[in-house]
Design a protein around this ligand. Structure first.
Ligand SMILES: [Zn+2]
Length: 268
């Protein structure tokens, strides 16, 4: 089989690339996470992989991004944050932005969601093109969620999950831009790209609306390498709850099956 690489367009035998870096999956633990496939409309536990990346990109620039992302996980993302946390987050802007765009692009391809805007950033991801002028990256340290514990009290639940998803910005210019989140535990990254040709000024205005609407998000600017984050008013799991509720039956079934599998393993 000979195909074009999704990143560099080189023809050749495609190789497998994990949507989320493999070193990250090993750290986070593969077993406890259910994933949702837009295309298949079902929840499944398999690792998301794409099968359209050439060996040169895979073992070269993309492998460097794996290392950079896992270093950030070890230094920052692994820790769950409570209300009123303060974190001095240190990063290299381009490796972070490229890592996030790569996860977004890979998951969009794997899940069958829209890739049009992300395609324009793939050469930046592999370091073959300069950073796109119209790209905004925001970060947010989300709060734990307080759920009813069933006996009149509240139970604190930390956002212990990872997620890459399309979001919808309901602001005057929200329809002109594409927004996605890439979230790991308490760290929520918002990516913004233009959905149509526009001036830099218009793009900045539209991207600015995200910061106005989402209290506590901080824009990461190219050339910066440090930012102080405080827990935002948004509860990390809240944004996921409508989705969880809509597909509750499927998630319940998935976790039931996992439990059975674990029991079978133990029984052996
Ligand atoms: Zn390639």
């Amino acid at each position: 089989m000979s195909n074009k690489c999704a990143y560099c367009d080189r023809p050749g035998t495609p190789t497998k690339d994990h949507v989320w870096p493999e070193c990250f999956l090993e750290r986070f633990g593969r077993e406890v996470v259910a994933r949702f496939s837009v295309k298949a409309r079902r929840v499944h536990g398999a690792d998301y992989v794409v099968n359209d990346v050439c060996p040169i990109c895979n073992s070269g620039p993309l492998s460097l991004l794996d290392t950079a992302f896992c270093k950030l996980y070890d230094d920052f993302f692994h820790e769950l944050h409570d209300l009123e946390s303060t974190v001095v987050f240190r990063y290299d802007f381009d490796s972070l932005a490229r890592s996030l765009l790569r996860i977004a692009f890979n998951s969009a391809r794997a899940a069958g969601s829209e890739t049009a805007q992300l395609v324009g950033t793939r050469k930046y991801v592999i370091g073959a093109e300069p950073r796109p002028a119209q790209l905004a990256v925001f970060v947010e340290l989300v709060a734990p969620t307080f759920l009813d514990d069933g006996s009149g009290g509240k139970k604190k639940v930390f956002p212990q999950m990872y997620r890459s998803a399309v979001t919808k910005l309901l602001t005057p210019n929200g329809g002109r831009i594409m927004t996605r989140i890439v979230a790991v535990n308490s760290f929520y990254f918002h990516l913004v790209l233009p959905r149509e040709p526009m001036t830099l000024e218009d793009f900045e205005e539209a991207a600015g609306e995200l910061a106005t609407l989402t209290k506590g998000v901080v824009r990461l600017l190219p050339g910066t390498s440090e930012v102080t984050l405080k827990t935002s008013p948004q509860e990390g799991l809240r944004s996921f709850l409508p989705h969880l509720t809509a597909f509750q039956g499927q998630y319940a079934k998935f976790f039931e099956e996992q439990k059975r599998k674990r029991k079978r393993k133990k029984g052996k």
